[in-house]
Ligand binder design. Structure first.
Ligand code: PLP
Length: 409
């Protein structure tokens, strides 16, 4: 028997408003507004859309780039602004993902509380008040100094569980990890500590190739010495995105990229980006909230930054640099609106202005894509090129920006 219309409507509505929203792929490349654009109750002025397919595809490509090694995904800084819990939930089912690495203890716990099953490596410090919670939630704790080892050992006294740890070695980055000349001694001390096991041994490579090679050499030497001593160092990893691409000898047991996961390369125009095209994983969208025709001689902004030379329509989007949109956008970025690209002319704390020219069909309420995969000018990397900035700009997106998860785009 067919469902009656109202019941079917209700079920469609319920599907759309489920907290993790699997929206149809028919929107891909389309700028037409449809009832599927947003769940009904989402009244956000601007929001992020994440693509499950793009994240899964990127994880697969990255593992292929690293000769099929597993990927420990770095999702520090709220997954570079895109939502650590959201991204981890998407990638928790990927066979290419070993686990997740981040820097803040409360975020490691938040991932576990959100149901993340894979390994979680805390690369930073933790407050003692969170110690037991971290142990109970199987968070891998980093030994990055003698003090850190003491702190972790004191947790063993209260724990029936083995505590998983990672030896974080400084081979020349110079800001985090056990200084190389103390590494052997601390590693053997950790290895001899009851109630504690070493799951990973890792370090971070710098970008200059000759120096990175030297880092790899001394790291490998340390691993060999420790193995000879009978220390089980666990799995090893060294490579952030740049080294993963630049130096195959950095791959070790697994690789540890951040930016590549989101479909951007660490630098613009890297050769590898042609060989291994990653998929931009997200869109940043906002609704037009004001539309006015300004006249020659008018100006925009506190500093009267933009001067209107010929009469033109100006759209205002309710997102600004206070929300994490890069203020450099006013120096050449474009947004996609009803199928066409328009220049960004001013970004302030809460608003962004777009120039639409002398005539326009755009209406208040129309949805602009500030970042997305649809055009080369608005991909994260394309945006970075236009504003002459690096590829990590989304890192400032505010945590409070709503996120919608799509299966495909
Ligand atoms: C941030 C970070 C990474 C990832 O860097 P990307 O350049 O984004 O790949 C890897 N390892 C450590 C220790 C980091 O802090």
């Amino acid at each position: 028997m067919l469902m009656d219309t109202s019941r079917r409507k209700f079920m469609e509505y319920a599907a759309i408003t489920a907290s993790v929203v699997a929206l149809p792929s028919s929107l891909w490349g389309s700028t037409a507004r449809s009832k599927f654009d947003l769940p009904k109750e989402n009244s956000a002025d601007f929001w992020l859309e994440l693509s499950r397919k793009a994240y899964h595809k990127n994880a697969e490509i990255i593992s292929t780039m690293a000769n099929q090694k597993p990927v420990l995904a770095v999702i520090k800084n709220n997954a570079y602004g895109l939502g650590d819990v959201e991204v981890a939930k998407i990638l928790d089912t990927s066979v290419h993902i070993e686990g997740f690495a981040l820097v803040k203890a409360d975020r490691a716990l938040a991932l576990r509380k959100a149901g993340i099953k894979k390994n979680i490596l805390l690369m930073g410090d933790f407050d003692e008040s969170l110690g037991q919670d971290l142990v109970e939630n199987d968070i891998v704790l980093s030994i990055f100094s003698a003090h850190a080892l003491q702190k972790i050992k004191s947790l063993c006294n209260n724990s029936k569980k083995q505590i998983s740890t990672a030896l974080y070695i400084d081979t020349g980055l110079g800001r985090m990890g056990i200084p190389f000349n103390q590494a052997f001694e601390l590693a053997t001390a950790a290895s001899g500590s009851l109630g504690l096991n070493i799951k990973y041994t890792f370090s971070t490579l710098t970008t200059p190739k000759d120096f990175a090679k030297e880092q790899i050499r001394i790291f490998n030497e340390l691993i060999q010495e420790l193995s000879r001593e009978g220390v089980n160092v666990g799995k090893t990893h060294l490579a952030p995105s740049f080294s993963l691409i630049d130096l195959p000898s950095s791959h070790q047991d697994m690789v540890r990229p951040g930016i590549l996961i989101h479909g951007s390369y660490p630098l613009a125009n890297m050769d590898a980006s042609k060989k291994w095209p990653l998929m931009p994983t997200y869109r940043l969208k906002s609704r037009v909230m004001r539309l006015e025709k300004l006249s020659a001689g008018d100006t925009i902004g506190f500093s009267r930054f933009y001067k209107v030379i010929k009469d033109e329509w100006i759209a205002t989007l309710p997102i600004g640099w206070g929300d994490g949109y890069d203020s450099g956008a006013e120096n050449g970025a474009k947004v996609l609106l009803n199928g066409a690209l328009y220049p960004v002319i001013n970004v302030n704390a809460n608003h962004t202005n777009i120039s639409l020219g002398a005539n326009t069909m755009v209406k208040v309420g129309d949805i602009a894509t500030l970042i997305g995969p649809e055009k080369p000018e608005i991909t994260p990397e394309g945006f970075g090129k236009l504003v002459k900035r690096h590829n990590y700009l989304q890192i400032n997106y505010k945590e409070s920006i709503p996120k919608l998860i799509f299966d495909v785009f």
